[in-house]
Design a protein around this ligand. Structure first.
Ligand code: GLP
Length: 245
């Protein structure tokens, strides 16, 4: 879906989340929303906050599941994705922080991190799966932190961050050296199990990644291309991000 600008993209994407929440409530289930960090979904989160104020949607019974988390940031670090999502989503839309789940990046070694990742998969299963997974896309086509080369059937696991992604995210830290080297991310197989996928991308810098994900071959070189595999995936882009289509 192509919109004139980022504001309209945010409104269109918010409608999809509101619909998905209404469907879960109608089916008698607590809504489960998959949350992405990054700048792409921020407008969407603001639109959802407005919709909450207007009484169009209610997140008090909903669960939030983050796509990913950095490894090794101390608890409460402002750039940890838990803190970012509490500030950008929980506080805005009234989702209780206790109902927000984030992959556990606190493990001190590979086996602790792997155990945390397995627990995360169980938690998602335990609430009946994700109703709508919000996604952004990295300039190299990554979704969550599934960098190019990620297995198309991967599950939640530890990944090393590519140098390009670390450089892209250095703006949130004091220096490039402060950007964590590893993360825990939902896998592409995990993402594909959500009932709906909703990818939001705006701005010219995303045009090549959007074109590769939507119209390129289905390939691990562009993790975003897995959306082509999903029966209910919507890509909402503004004209600048759609320029390569
Ligand atoms: C980060 C996140 C992704 C996000 C991507 C794009 O690395 N882990 O989930 O989609 O980068 O970020 P932005 O939306 O700020 O361009």
């Amino acid at each position: 879906f192509v919109t004139a600008g980022p504001e309209e993209a945010a409104r269109r994407a918010a409608r999809v989340v509101i619909e998905a929440v209404a469907e879960s409530v109608a089916a008698g289930r607590a809504p489960v929303v998959g949350l992405a960090t990054g700048s792409s979904p921020l407008g969407l989160y603001k639109e959802l906050a407005l919709a909450v104020d207007r009484g169009q949607v209610d997140f008090s019974e909903a669960y939030g599941f983050a796509l990913d988390e950095y490894v090794g940031l101390p608890a409460g670090h402002p750039e940890s994705y838990r803190e970012v999502l509490v500030a950008e989503v929980c506080r805005r839309v009234g989702l209780a922080p206790e109902r927000l789940h984030v992959p556990d990046g606190s493990g001190r070694n590979e086996s602790e991190l792997a155990a945390g990742a397995a627990r995360y998969e169980e938690l998602i299963r335990g609430v009946g799966g994700i109703d709508v997974q919000i996604l952004g896309i990295g300039r190299n086509g990554h979704i969550g932190f599934n960098e190019p080369g990620s297995s198309l059937t991967s599950r939640t696991r530890v990944k090393r961050l590519s140098s390009r992604t670390r450089a892209d995210n250095a703006r949130f830290f004091e220096s490039l050296d402060d950007v964590p080297t590893h993360c825990v991310t939902q896998g592409l197989g995990t993402v594909l199990e959500a009932r709906r996928l909703l990818l939001v991308a705006t701005g010219a810098s995303k045009a090549p990644a959007v074109a590769a994900a939507v119209e390129g071959p289905l390939t691990a070189s562009c993790p975003g291309s897995v959306l082509q595999f999903h029966a209910d995936a919507l890509v909402v882009v503004d004209e600048a991000a759609a320029a390569g289509l």
